[in-house]
Ligand binder design. Structure first.
Ligand code: ADP
Length: 394
């Protein structure tokens, strides 16, 4: 039996899942939060039961130690040797990494050289990788990259119309993110439709706190809404999505702020929270809009319109599509948001079945039988993808 750990390290958190492969059976999962702060929280789920502990965890190294010792204490593993491989979710692979890879010194050096492409995420990812490598030096560590799936985008999709040396010298281009999720649900959709991925075109709407749309033509990403950074594309929980870049200088002058402060506002105070003034959480907005809150409704509608724009554009770009897929926190749970979006693209032949759509977090066809363009809800599972890729590289 092969046990693989799938890890997602953030700046102050570390999420993990231990999976039995190739059965893809979840053994245990959990999260260490508030690493480096007082009262760190360690949560582990086993057989449906959640155990939570408050500890002081000063850094990721200590977090990894505590986590592995906990697995032994709870008799989930007898020794560290039982873990055959660790798959690390890595946000950015730059312009060179187009698939999952084993992380040795050379690969880690390359990732360090591109940290400035995603400092907020890639830095913490690397800290997590190194912490695990110190404690588990004898197993393979595999990097699974959010950008990798989008490497099949053609130049016309990934290039920005900016001075050429921005691209050539500084690698300014569209990279796209959520690739592991887009791949997982689009492959899964092919399975559900009893087709090979190469036989269908799908449009994936990964709508969580962060959100991106992806055009998957015959199993390959040909365009996606996030760009050089995850700030681009559709409005999200706290991110603006695309705006006219001239707004940045204009608002710097008006508010007497630095570029960094404006970028921060576009990342953290825009999207749902910016438009509604109420919350970045879709549950709050759905509730408030039901109670007649105009700005909450606006926040939902501005996002829904932009998503519909992308769906229509990708439909045309791919020369038609077989299915639209909803996934991630909002895509999987917010039925009203799903119908809002699908109504806007009814001209493409997509028709929601409200009875089928009345569900959360299950794999299901939610369009009517006569809907020309099928609509699916497919819960994402990035950890399984990470474990699959890790297994294949062991
Ligand atoms: P991320 O991984 O990008 O942080 P998630 O995929 O976890 O985000 O999605 C978080 C979003 O999902 C939040 O806006 C949350 O409100 C939304 N969500 C979760 N459950 C529901 C629900 N029942 N109805 C509406 N939205 C929901």
């Amino acid at each position: 039996m092969i046990k693989i750990m799938a890890v997602n390290a953030g700046s102050s958190s570390l999420k993990f899942q231990l999976l039995e492969m190739p059965e893809e059976k979840l053994i245990t999962s959990g999260i260490v939060e508030r690493i480096g702060l007082k009262h760190s929280v360690f949560t582990i789920k086993l057989n449906g039961e959640k155990k939570e502990e408050t500890l002081d965890i000063p850094n990721h190294g200590v977090a990894v130690n505590i986590l592995l010792n906990k697995l032994i204490e709870l008799k989930i593993i007898a020794s560290y040797d039982e873990i055959s491989g660790v798959g690390h979710r890595v946000v950015h692979g730059g312009s060179e990494i187009s698939k999952s890879i084993v992380l040795n010194e050379k690969e880690i050096e390359y990732l360090e050289s591109i940290v400035d492409l995603a400092p907020l995420h890639l830095g913490p990812n690397l800290i997590g990788i190194k912490a695990f490598k110190v404690i588990l030096p004898n197993v393979k560590h595999v990097g699974v990259f959010d950008t990798a799936f989008h490497h099949t985008m053609p130049e016309e999709s990934f290039l920005y119309a900016v001075p050429w040396d921005w691209y050539e010298k500084f690698q300014v281009r569209k990279y796209g993110f959520h690739g592991t999720s887009h791949k997982y649900v689009s492959d899964r959709c092919a399975e559900i439709m009893r087709k090979k991925p190469e036989e269908i075109n799908v449009i994936v709407c990964h709508i969580g706190n962060g959100a991106s749309i992806c055009a998957v033509k015959q199993g390959r990403s040909v365009d996606t809404s996030m760009g050089f950074t995850p700030l681009d594309g559709i409005p999200m929980g706290t991110r603006s999505g695309s705006i006219d870049p001239a707004v940045v200088e204009f608002m710097m002058n008006k508010k007497n702020k630095k570029v960094k402060e404006i970028t921060n506002l576009l990342n953290k105070q825009s999207g749902y929270i910016g438009l509604s003034g109420l919350s970045s959480d879709s549950r709050d907005l759905v509730e408030a809009s039901k109670n007649g809150n105009h700005r909450a409704q606006l926040a939902i509608d501005v996002q829904a319109k932009r998503i519909a724009d992308y769906i229509a554009s990708y439909y045309v770009y791919m020369g038609g599509a077989d299915a639209i897929i909803f996934t991630a926190g909002i895509g999987e749970n917010a039925k009203s948001t799903r119908s809002n979006i699908i109504e806007r693209v009814s001209i493409l032949g997509a028709k929601i079945d409200e009875e089928r759509n009345d569900c959360r977090g299950v794999e299901r066809l939610i369009s009517t039988d006569d809907s020309k363009l099928k609509v699916y809800l497919i819960p994402t599972n990035e950890e399984v993808m990470i474990a699959r890729d890790t297994l294949s590289l062991l």
